[in-house]
Design a protein around this ligand. Structure first.
Ligand code: ADP
Ligand code: MG
Length: 237
């Protein structure tokens, strides 16, 4: 499939501990692919392996026909896949614009990075008047916007968002999911881990449910009959 990201039989873990036991997943540009599952089910581990932050033990990860299995983060970024880690990973002592510049570290042309930073600050309303403020002084929701904007600096084909709404107020959860919807509109593929199923399910084009490092379900939101079935899948039943 072109414009696609394919994960095939991914096995990985930490030290000697195998955590992910053969997960397959496919995502397309311009689509939102959601990954759900209980705490500790391996969602972040899968995301980190795709992003190159954790080597795959076996299996394959292919972006647009190019094998990026176990490629280091900077090479994965150059192939158009960028991760926003759980919690956002914003540098609190750096200003908003400095944080965004960090997102351009894989781009050699500094002037181009500045153009991207300016364009994104213009686009993210809440960041405009705060560009020279330390990111640590912003609200949780604003910090998440910094994290998302930073991920967009290298103009990725795919962004991997690990729980973007975690710890935010209900209003900010809504704004954040809304922002994810605008990423899809501009053709970016989103792979999003979310605990907030109620907000995420309506924007999902396809969903995966992990439990115990294995896929319990993959399909479209319409394939899930009701909350009882969702809960059963969630519990690994
Ligand atoms: N850096 C790490 N070192 C060792 N074990 C880890 C590490 N990160 C996560 N784990 C373990 O891997 C399992 C899956 O974690 P994770 O992928 O973070 O789950 P999820 O994101 O679904 O909550 C958990 O049992 C967790 O304790
Ligand atoms: Mg996680």
């Amino acid at each position: 499939m072109s414009d696609g990201l394919e994960v095939n039989g991914l096995v990985t873990g930490y030290g000697k501990q195998e955590i992910v036991h053969g997960v397959s997943l496919s995502a397309q540009a311009g689509h939102i692919t959601c990954v759900f599952g209980p705490n500790g089910s391996g969602k972040s581990t899968v995301i980190k392996a795709i992003a190159g932050a954790l080597p795959a033990w076996s299996g394959r990860i292919v972006i647009d026909g190019t094998d990026i299995t176990s490629a280091p983060v900077h090479r994965v970024v150059r192939h158009g896949v960028v991760m926003m880690p759980q919690g956002g990973g914003v540098f609190p002592r750096l200003t908003v614009e400095e944080n965004l510049r960090m997102g351009g570290y894989s781009i050699a042309d500094a002037a181009h990075v500045e153009e991207r930073v300016d364009a994104l600050i213009e686009e993210f309303e809440s960041l405009k008047r705060r560009r020279r403020v330390a990111a640590g002084s912003l609200s949780g929701g604003e910090q998440m916007m910094v994290a998302i904007a930073r991920a967009l600096v290298p103009e990725p084909m795919f962004v991997l968002l690990d729980e973007p709404s975690a710890g935010l107020s209900p209003a900010m959860v809504h704004d954040t999911i809304d922002r994810v919807r605008t990423l899809r509109e501009r053709g970016v593929g989103v792979i999003m881990v979310e605990q907030n199923i109620r907000e995420a399910l309506p924007v999902a084009d396809s969903i995966y449910i992990l439990a115990g490092g294995r896929e319990q379900f993959s399909g479209s939101p319409a394939d899930i009959r009701d909350d009882a079935q969702l809960m059963a899948l969630y519990m690994g039943g």
